[in-house]
Design a protein around this ligand. Structure first.
Ligand code: AMP
Length: 214
């Protein structure tokens, strides 16, 4: 199944994607994760992307579209994929549809996770990620035993550079302006499912399962 996860930053897309990988083993393609690794590795792409990311602005369409197209061409994406954080603009959504049509594929479901704004700011500023295994924690809802250390692998937990309150507010504005219209885009294609994300992770995942398993 080919799935797009929609929803503001902090809606829980990454957390649901983790559970979907565990359950169905389909690849998780997060443009944010790909860009963050490029920044860490100091590649030309990373150097270009970093200033947009730190400001909470979108990296130019051409850059991310190229990234996703080449990732979708890898063999593991043949059995389906979860796109998380892409598309974020109408131009990206159209480019995605064109690329998929060339591969005789389509998006089967766009799952939009809705969460109240104040909850998002609180969630994002409390988010910590393991530098080694990528596991996501919340200091409020899912705190690790030691706030600096991953329960799973002992790796160092850190706060993303763009999870500070000022950048989070800008990311939300960018979302409303550029990405929220994609909900209508996918509704008009008849593949949209809207879920409330103001609930425990497992309750949201029960709905995701109903969508994926039909
Ligand atoms: P995320 O991890 O999805 O919240 O993405 C973190 C940051 O990476 C965003 O604030 C953007 O600067 C950049 N980014 C990720 N995905 C995209 C995309 N599809 N289009 C443009 N910029 C993106």
């Amino acid at each position: 199944m080919n799935i797009v996860l929609l929803g503001a930053p902090g809606a829980g897309k990454g957390t649901q994607a983790e559970k979907m990988i565990e359950e169905w083993g389909i690849p998780h393609i997060s443009t944010g994760d790909i860009l963050r690794s490029s920044v860490q590795e100091g590649t030309p792409l990373g150097l270009q992307a970093k200033e947009y990311m730190d400001a909470g602005e979108l990296v130019p369409d051409l850059v991310v579209i190229g990234l996703v197209k080449s990732r979708l061409g890898e063999p593991d994406a043949d059995k389906g994929f979860i796109l998380d954080g892409f598309p974020r603009t109408e131009a990206q959504a159209e480019a995605l549809d064109e690329a998929l049509a060339e591969m005789e594929k389509r998006i089967d479901a766009a799952i939009s996770i809705d969460v109240d704004r104040d909850v998002i700011v609180e969630r994002l500023t409390a988010r910590r990620t393991c530098r080694d295994c990528g596991k996501i924690y919340s200091l409020i809802n899912d705190p690790p035993a030691d706030p600096a250390k991953c329960d799973e692998c002992g790796g160092e937990l850190h706060q993303r550079d763009d999870d500070t309150e000022a950048t989070v507010r800008n990311r939300l504005e960018v979302y409303d302006r550029s990405t929220a219209p994609l909900v209508d885009y996918y509704r008009s294609k008849g593949v949209l499912h809207v879920l409330s994300g103001d609930r425990p992770v497992d309750a949201v995942f029960d709905d995701v399962r109903r969508i994926v398993e039909g």
